[in-house]
Design a protein around this ligand. Structure first.
Ligand SMILES: *Cc1c(COP(=O)(O)O)cnc(C)c1O
Length: 364
């Protein structure tokens, strides 16, 4: 076979290790997965009821336009229904943006390290990558604006950033948006929007009126706890949405996903409670890191990137043997670190116990 050469240079996504794999490999009955920033409290019970009500319609194709979810979400966000694009996870919106705007001869600007999918989709499209190092774990928006040139089509801002958990604030973002040429698309990936508590965090929907080159990505996979159903969305000008519509697969979200997302959206109490518990869990982890004198990035998400100053892959393996799956910082561009998803209080205590042995064992 003769595949397109550039797809072979694009990395294959490395997911968090599945629970069943680890159980089998190490003969464990109990395994905790704190590797993929999933919600440890699951999803709203209302979402489960909504899925059950769909079970007699599995033979039918879903509504490709997601009309009911579109109306509900437009109402909830205060935007027009035509300003929304749904994807098979926000991952698919990243793919659609790349497919619609990038090609050989163009370039795209992003931070490094950041979410891996911007890079791999740009490589598949044959666009040049311009990667701007984070400054103290935060997007360097000034340097990113300076990196834009006549061939730039898309700039990615992951806010909060995965894997560092940090945010850029309203004033930095506004200064940046003023500098970006009007024909360059700015993608604000806000997968962790509902977890953020810092008041400096920008409210980007009102900015759409002033910046028609902006698209905001959010998802039902993280705080809404529906990762398996793959529903993400983009909010943008009608013009941008119309471009993405040209590259959208006809039935890219399922009826189950749409129904669950609608029900989950209505249960904002669940969202608030998960956000509150997450801040408690984050404090539980970082208080202990402080005690141990470990440094970590200030997180506005449901994960924390902590510097153990030990071989990341080695620590990852040691935790795995104890039935705890986290993410080795090495693969994420932070050698010496681990990225740990905030779990329930009990799960956090288990990971802290396991880490205590490793940190003490290393003479820290
Ligand atoms: C998890 C994550 C996504 C993808 O979420 P899906 O909607 O499940 O595809 C997108 N961006 C970032 C930064 C993420 O961490």
């Amino acid at each position: 076979m003769r595949p397109k050469q550039r797809i072979l240079s694009a990395p294959v996504y490395q997911p968090g290790k599945p629970i069943d794999d680890v159980k089998r490999e190490f003969g464990l009955t109990e395994v905790i997965k704190l590797a993929s920033n999933e919600n440890p409290y699951g999803c709203s019970p209302k979402a489960k009821e909504a899925i059950a009500a769909q079970l007699d319609s599995l033979a039918l194709y879903p509504d490709g336009a997601s009309l009911q979810l579109r109306w509900d979400l437009a109402d909830f966000l205060g935007v027009k229904p035509e300003q929304l694009m749904f994807g098979n996870g926000s991952d698919e919106i990243v793919l659609m943006i790349s497919r619609a705007y990038l090609e050989p001869g163009t370039n795209t600007v992003m931070a490094t390290p950041t979410f891996s999918q911007y890079r791999s989709n740009a490589m598949v499209e044959g666009a040049e990558l311009i990667e701007v190092p984070l400054k103290d774990g935060v997007h360097d928006l000034e340097a990113m604006a300076s990196a834009i040139n006549g061939q730039t089509r898309v700039v990615w801002v992951c806010n909060p950033n995965n894997p560092s958990g940090t945010i850029v604030g309203t004033s930095e973002l506004e200064a940046f948006l003023k500098k970006v040429p009007k024909d360059v698309l700015v993608v604000m990936d806000e997968a962790y929007y509902e977890y953020v508590v810092d008041e400096a965090y920008p409210q980007t929907i009102p900015m759409l009126a002033q910046y028609p080159n902006l698209i905001i990505l959010r998802t039902f996979s993280k705080i809404y706890g529906l990762a398996t159903l793959r529903v993400g969305y983009g909010i943008a000008s009608e013009e941008i949405i119309s471009h993405l519509d040209h590259v959208r697969e006809p039935f890219n979200t399922s009826s189950l996903g749409q129904a669950a997302a609608r029900a989950a959206l209505k249960d904002q109490e669940f969202v608030k409670e998960c956000s509150r518990r997450n801040r408690e869990g984050l404090k539980q982890l970082t208080d202990r890191f402080d005690e141990w004198g470990l440094s970590y990035y200030p997180s506005q998400t449901n994960f924390v990137l902590v510097n153990l100053n030990l071989d990341s892959d080695e620590v990852f393996k040691q935790l795995l043997q104890q039935g705890i799956i986290v993410r080795s910082g090495k693969a994420l561009g932070f050698p010496g670190y681990q990225r740990i998803t905030v779990g329930t209080a009990e799960q956090n205590e288990k990971v802290l116990q396991a880490l205590a042995n490793i940190v003490v064992g290393a003479g820290k």
